[in-house]
Design a binder for this molecule. Structure first.
Ligand SMILES: *Cc1c(COP(=O)(O)O)cnc(C)c1O
Length: 370
């Protein structure tokens, strides 16, 4: 999608409620904490019971739908969005192909709760899925760039092959947001997003959404939410709506910062390796240039060992030691502490919106001391 078209979409997302507002209506969407609605006689209308629909979810879904160019169902966390896709699309006897190097809770959910129901799964590295045999799968799951290794998979190529094999393609677009990468336009059937990260962007709420253009598939996801009761809170939906309004500003700033920092970090003698799709040294840089609108705000950097990585993180003033990513504040963690298949000295840096110069000066000083 051309930048001007995406700008147009973002402007529409910001103003999506205007047409429905009347004089005196609040400009920000009301937080509606209703479990029940006024419902005399035969049930009619959009709002009947709190588990089925809510005006604050609807406001957020309207904005996200403009941005995604697809129907959207909101869920109370990123994992809830992933669970919704699993349970809405899979049945006993189906198989799923999951990334071996992606968000580990996705694999854990499949192992602990899908496998006992007779839904099998295999795993494949993100960098290999373009070439992996795809016959026999109901879902092919792609996370690109993968978290935390930041490997890149060719979404269009995977979608062509998966569709030929009769599978649906799901892309976890959390690391990129709809502003950084457009999986549905590259042929994916469903997008899941942990809005907890960049979309909400302020490290104060968990949230997720599913987007799809196939109305039958998205209706199944909505129906699962209604019956499973896995519903977002109205206040949380409001927080995400508010965060979304500054997504473009934040995301552009974070990506600008990350591009500049990745190049500088790659030159630093204490850094053994930098994984960032925007660097020409990334093995899939050419693909990343084609497929991604920006290169994202996550940087993987490898220091010599565990102690030097911990000294680096602890030595920064403008980096918060935390898991998660996509917030206004830069944060970092050593991923091996969760058992990810990465070197002990591998640090995932989530670059925030700080002004670049003080941030770089801080990182450089902490690296020198690491
Ligand atoms: C964080 C994350 C999730 C899960 O999101 P929660 O809101 O924590 O449930 C899923 N996928 C990716 C890629 C993530 O980074």
């Amino acid at each position: 999608m051309a930048t001007s078209d995406l700008d147009e979409r973002f402007a529409r997302a910001l103003h999506h409620r205007n047409a429905r507002l009347a004089a005196g209506d609040p400009l920000s969407p009301p937080i509606v904490p209703a479990s029940a609605y006024w419902l005399p006689g035969e049930p009619a209308g959009e709002y009947q019971y709190g588990r089925w629909a809510n005006p604050t979810w609807a406001a957020l879904e309207g904005a996200l739908a403009e941005l995604e160019g697809a129907e959207v169902v909101t869920l109370p966390s990123g994992m809830a969005a992933i669970a919704a896709v699993f349970y809405a699309t899979l049945k006993h006897g189906d198989r799923v192909l999951l990334p071996s190097d992606g968000y580990s809770a996705t694999r854990a959910l499949a192992e602990k709760f899908l496998a006992p129901l007779g839904v099998g799964f295999d795993t494949c590295a993100t960098g290999q899925v373009e070439r992996a045999p795809l016959d026999g799968y109901r879902l092919v799951w792609v996370e690109t760039p993968s978290n935390p290794g930041l490997d890149v998979a060719d979404i269009a190529a995977v979608a062509r092959r998966a569709h030929a094999a009769g599978a649906l393609v799901v892309v976890d677009n959390t690391t990129m947001t709809p502003l950084g990468q457009r999986p549905l336009e590259l042929g994916a059937d469903l997008v899941v997003s942990a809005d907890t990260k960049g979309i909400a962007g302020h490290s104060d709420v968990l949230f997720g959404h599913v987007a799809a253009r196939n109305s039958r598939v998205i209706a199944q996801v909505r129906d699962w939410r209604r019956h499973a009761g896995c519903i977002p809170g109205p206040f949380e939906a409001w927080l995400v709506h508010r965060g979304l309004e500054t997504l473009q500003l934040r995301f552009e700033r974070m990506c600008d910062n990350a591009e500049a920092l990745a190049a500088r970090l790659a030159e630093h003698p204490k850094v053994q390796r930098v994984a960032y799709p925007g660097l020409p040294t990334h093995p899939a840089h050419a693909l990343a240039r084609r497929q991604m609108r920006r290169f994202g705000a996550l940087i993987g950097l490898r220091l010599s060992d565990r102690d030097s990585a911990e000294r680096f993180i602890g030595g920064c003033r403008y980096v918060r030691p935390a898991t998660s990513f996509g917030g206004v504040h830069t944060s970092a963690e050593r991923r091996a502490r969760w058992g990810d298949a990465v070197a002990e000295g591998f640090v995932r840096l989530s670059v925030g919106c700080e002004p670049l110069q003080p941030l770089w000066a801080d990182l450089e000083r902490a690296l020198d001391l690491s």
